[in-house]
Design a protein around this ligand. Sequence first.
Ligand code: SAM
Ligand code: SF4
Length: 443
Amino acid sequence: MSEKIYIETYGCQMNFADSEVVCAILEGAGYKLSPTIEEADFVLINTCAIRDNAEQRVRHRVRELRALQGRRHRLRIGILGCMAERLQSRLMAEEDNVSFVCGPDAYRRLPDLLRQVRDGQQAAEVELSTTETYADIEPVRLGSNGISAYISIMRGCQNYCAYCVVPYTRGRERSRNPQTVVDEARSLFERGYREVTLLGQNVNSYQWKEGENEVGFPELMARVAAIDPALRVRFATSHPKDLSDELLQVMAAHDNICRCIHLPVQSGSNRMLKLMNRKYTVEWYLDRVEAIRRYLPDCSITTDVIAGFSSETEEDHQATLDLFRRVRYDYAYMFKYSLREGTYAARHLPDDIADEEKTRRLNEIIALQGQIALENNRTEVGREYEVLVEGESHRSKERLFGRNSQNKVIVFDRGDAVPGTYRMVRVVDCTAATLLGELVGSV
Ligand code: SAM
Ligand code: SF4
């Protein structure tokens, strides 16, 4: 009888996409996906190392699983992804109920690893690759709504932002063959999916070369968008230093490329941006925001920001708040700086802002952003949007939710709307996080 695997995923969208590749590799090797953790022979935990609290959450989970191992002696636990790459065998020494670790470029070796650990040994595969893109693997769509899916178009990162562990855990940047990306998107569309999100740490530097042939990100987007006007195309993440006018022009030329750009700023102070090695200035960033507004007046802009990076002063922090007031983001992921071993900052820049001070600055940014998001949403009341209906609202079966092109969630009375189709919805009210609407007819 085939052995069963169960996978849990922490962290970013790339990790969720990777877990789908892992399942495809293991299914191909004869393993079955277990619907519940209790029946599994192997529990795989796909991990994030971006901040210390992400790692602590995983360690807590691993310790919690001891109880299950006590009842199920066959059960083996493996750690995949960024934490596996960062800590390697050390992780198995520190968490002795973990049997194997496997880094993000070694997933093809998982069937071998599972065989090795079956008889009680420990095993580690953490070699990084300069070429692996898993381009030939058709991911198993996990927990999918059958409507939206992620497609990984590149792996790795070599921007070496001073605070960031990703270049060490995910290796050199490499792009995937564009034809395989287009084929995967087309196959999803033919199976009823209506939205794909193209993923990479810095999608703007996507570059595929084969002989004389070169394909950059704008062309890849145009090719995916040409599959069908009813397929929405999203992408993440854009590094501000590489956001080109050419990409904005391609977006403007295709209504089905969604009007939402995630443009992580990290700080509103030029001194901080330089220390962070972000390779742009506040002026450059604002110029890119202005270009977005020019080409795509209805585009939403979202961001990431870090509070309390090395030597950040009150003045630097105020500059971040000022930038938030100028750009007026629709959404922001906001973090306290967390020192990561092995990064440039860990080696050269002291983690010298007290935790309470980081928290205070973070809370100020969160409060300001909450107010801006609410004000932005209030201006939406009365507007009509084409919404891709995704499913039932969490609060009530009588209501459905979907998202507009700008990636804003809209909740509305279900009427005759069906998930997986497009409907026009008029916004009638809002909170800072959600728009409330009513159906205005079919598209
Ligand atoms: N590649 C993307 C980029 O450059 O914007 C994002 C990568 S990272 C997974 C997501 C976000 O985590 C970053 O944009 C940054 O705001 C945050 N982050 C990365 N390292 C961090 C650290 N050491 N402490 C706190 N936040 C961090
Ligand atoms: Fe990390 Fe910077 Fe690469 Fe983003 S671009 S993954 S923040 S090193």
